[in-house]
Design a protein around this ligand. Structure first.
Ligand SMILES: Cc1cc2nc3c(=O)[nH]c(=O)nc-3n(C[C@H](O)[C@H](O)[C@H](O)COP(=O)(O)OP(=O)(O)OC[C@H]3O[C@@H](n4cnc5c(N)ncnc54)[C@H](O)[C@@H]3O)c2cc1C
Length: 493
C-alpha cells in the first residue's frame, strides 16, 4: 500500500466538517472506536482503520461526496457489506470509506418482465426473499448471500453454487446506475436484454470499485424450477470424483450445481451442521438437477450411472425440499466450519480447466507437505473454480507468510495449467501482485487506460487490482472530447 498522504491527514478535521454538510446526522463516522468495525473486510489478515467513514442515503449525496473528494484530491474506497475475501474493501489511512449499507430499498419488481430494480445495499438473499412468494428467485447465490450486498456482488462479479447453469452476476444483471468520481450519474444497460452500443455494463460488472460507485442495480429474476433434487455422492478418491464431474459435463448434462468437497472439508462441515455427510469417503459431490419432473428423473438416472462407473460408493437423493436444502447447508457453511478446526484459514479462489482437477489436486497436496500446512478443499467443481482453504495459526510466527506463499503457489499453478487467478472473489489486494503471472505489462497498461477513462486522478480504490499504477497522462489518456468531431463523409449509393 502507498504511504498515507500527510497533506490530506493534516486536513482531516476540515474534511470531516465538509462531509457532514453533505451527509448530515449520523452519516459521518470519525471516532476511532467507531471506525474499528470498518478496518477490514473478509480478508482479515489485512487491517487499516479508514480516515473517516461516510454513509450516504441518496444518490445525490454519493455524487456530492465524490465530487468533493475529487476537488480536494482525496481517495475513496467504496464498501458494501465488507465480506470481500480479496481485500477489495480494505480501507486506506488517508481515504474516505464510502459505505453503501443505507441503500436498502427494493425499488421495483416486475414479474412480467422478470426483473427487479434494487439499491446496492440490498443483500443478495433479500432479493430472493422479496420475490419467492410469487415463485421467483435471484439465481447467483454466494455462500455469503445472507450478508453480502448486491452492489458488492456487481463489483466482484460474484458467483455461487447455482452459477454453473444460471451464470455469474454478469449474466444476471441487466443494468446499473453508477456515479463517477466526477459526480456524474450514469446508466449502463437497462431493463431490456440487450443495450445498444459498446458493452460498458460488462466492464462495470467485476470492476471492484475502481471505476465508479454503483447506486442502483437491475437484476433478472427467474421462475423457480418445477422440480429440484440434490444428490450426495461419495467417492473413494478426489480423482474419481473429478472424473465423474468431467464425464457428466461431457455427456451434455449441465446440473444446476455441482460441488465437490474433500475429506477434511467433509468432516469439518458435518461436525458443524450434522446433515448426514458420509465420513468414510475421500470426496463428496453434491449435484443438483432441476427442471420439469420427468427431465429431472431422467437426468438423475444418468448422473447415477456416470457416478457408479466412476467408483461411487454411496448415493443419496434428496426426498423433499427440506432434505435438498440440508444437503446444501453443509457446503454453504464449509468456510465457517473450517474455522472451527483451525485457528485461522486463508481462502483461495482460482479457476482451472475441469480436466486438470486431478493433477492440480496432486500438486496441491505436495505443496501442502512442502509448506507444512494443511488444506481443506471445496470446489465449484462444474466450473473448475477451486476454493482451497489453507489452515494456519496467525499466532505462530511465520505461519501467515507461509500460508500466503502457499496460496500464491496454488494460484500460479492454476495459471500454469491454463486457468485464471480468480473465479469469483476478485483480485483486490490479495492477488494484485500476482497479476503479472497472467498479464503482460502491455495487457495491464491497457486495462489501466480503461480506469483512466473513468477516474483519471486514480482516486477510486487505489492499491487494489493493479500491481502498479502509472499516471494516466503517461499512458496516453483516453480524452473525453466534449464538442462534436467532424465525421468522415459516408459514401452513398
Ligand atoms: C463466508 C464467506 C463466503 C463467501 N462465499 C462466496 C461465494 O460463494 N461466491 C462469491 O463470489 N463470493 C463469496 N464470498 C465473497 C464476498 O461475499 C463477495 O465478494 C461479495 O460479493 C462481496 O459483497 P460485499 O457487499 O460484502 O462487498 P464488500 O466486501 O463491501 O466490497 C467488495 C468490493 O466491492 C466494491 N464495492 C462494494 N459495493 C460497491 C458499490 N456499491 N459500488 C462500487 N463498488 C462497490 C468494494 O470497493 C470492494 O472492492 C464469500 C465471503 C465470505 C466471508
Amino acid at each position: 500500500m502507498p504511504l498515507p498522504d500527510q497533506r490530506v491527514l493534516a486536513r482531516r478535521d476540515e474534511i470531516i466538517k465538509a462531509l457532514r454538510q453533505i451527509v448530515p446526522g449520523e452519516g459521518v463516522i470519525d471516532a476511532p472506536h467507531e471506525l474499528r468495525p470498518y478496518e477490514s473486510d473478509g480478508l482479515t489478515a489485512y487491517r487499516q482503520p479508514p480516515m473517516v467513514v461516510v454513509l450516504p442515503e441518496t444518490v445525490e449525496q454519493v455524487a456530492a461526496v465524490l465530487r468533493y473528494c475529487k476537488g480536494q484530491n482525496i481517495k475513496v474506497v467504496p464498501r458494501g457489506s465488507g465480506t470481500s475475501l480479496s481485500g477489495g474493501a480494505l480501507p486506506l489511512a488517508d481515504a474516505v470509506l464510502l459505505g453503501m449499507g443505507r441503500f436498502k430499498k427494493i425499488l421495483e419488481i416486475d414479474y412480467e418482465d422478470r426483473l427487479a430494480v434494487v439499491q446496492p445495499g440490498v443483500t443478495n438473499l433479500a432479493i430472493t426473499k422479496a420475490v419467492e412468494g410469487e415463485g421467483f428467485y435471484y439465481a447467483p447465490d454466494p455462500s455469503s448471500q445472507i450478508a453480502c450486498s448486491i452492489g458488492g456482488n456487481v463489483a466482484e462479479n460474484s458467483g455461487g453454487v447455482h452459477c454453473l447453469k444460471y451464470g455469474l452476476t454478469t449474466n444476471n444483471v441487466l443494468g446499473v446506475q453508477l456515479v463517477t468520481m466526477e459526480g456524474e450519474i450514469l446508466r449502463f444497460g437497462g431493463k431490456a436484454l440487450e443495450a445498444p452500443g459498446l458493452d460498458l455494463l460488462g466492464i462495470i460488472v467485476g470492476s471492484e470499485g475502481l471505476l465508479g460507485v454503483v447506486t442502483e442495480v437491475t437484476v433478472r429474476i427467474l421462475p423457480k424450477p418445477e422440480t429440484a433434487k440434490a444428490l450426495l455422492i461419495g467417492f473413494p478418491s478426489v480423482e474419481s470424483a473429478g472424473q465423474c464431474v468431467a464425464d457428466t459435463i461431457a455427456a451434455g448434462i449441465i446440473p444446476a450445481g455441482m460441488e465437490m468437497m474433500d475429506k477434511p472439508a467433509i468432516h469439518a462441515a458435518e461436525a458443524f451442521v450434522q446433515v448426514g455427510y458420509p465420513l468414510d469417503v475421500e470426496a463428496l459431490l453434491i449435484v443438483e438437477l432441476d427442471g420439469p419432473e420427468a427431465e429431472c428423473s431422467h437426468l438423475i438416472q444418468e448422473v447415477e450411472a456416470i457416478a457408479r462407473a466412476n467408483q461411487a460408493g454411496m448415493i443419496r437423493i434428496s426426498r423433499d425440499e427440506a432434505e435438498r436444502l440440508a444437503f446444501w447447508a453443509g457446503r454453504k457453511a464449509a468456510f465457517p466450519a473450517v474455522g472451527r478446526i483451525s485457528p485461522d484459514y486463508y481462502c483461495m479462489d482460482g479457476t482451472i480447466p475441469r480436466a486438470k482437477l486431478p493433477v492440480v489436486l496432486q500438486r496441491m497436496n505436495a505443496l501442502s507437505e512442502q509448506y507444512g500446512l494443511g488444506v481443506a478443499n471445496v470446489f465449484h467443481a462444474g466450473d473448475g473454480n477451486l476454493h482451497p482453504l489453507i489452515l494456519y495459526d496467525a499466532n505462530k510466527p511465520g505461519e501467515l507468510e507461509r500460508a500466503e506463499e502457499f496460496g500464491a503457489d496454488i494460484l500460479r499453478l492454476c495459471v500454469e495449467v491454463g486457468g485464471v487467478l480468480t473465479g469469483e472473489h476478485g483480485v483486490g489486494v490479495e492477488k494484485r501482485d500476482l497479476m503479472p503471472a497472467m498479464f503482460s505489462e502491455d495487457d495491464l497498461r491497457q486495462q489501466q487506460r480503461l480506469k483512466c477513462a473513468f477516474d483519471p486522478e486514480l482516486l477510486l480504490n487505489p492499491g487494489k487490482v493493479f500491481p502498479s499504477l502509472h499516471r494516466c497522462a503517461e499512458l496516453g489518456r483516453m480524452h473525453v472530447h466534449r464538442g462534436a468531431l467532424p465525421f468522415p463523409e459516408l459514401p452513398r449509393f
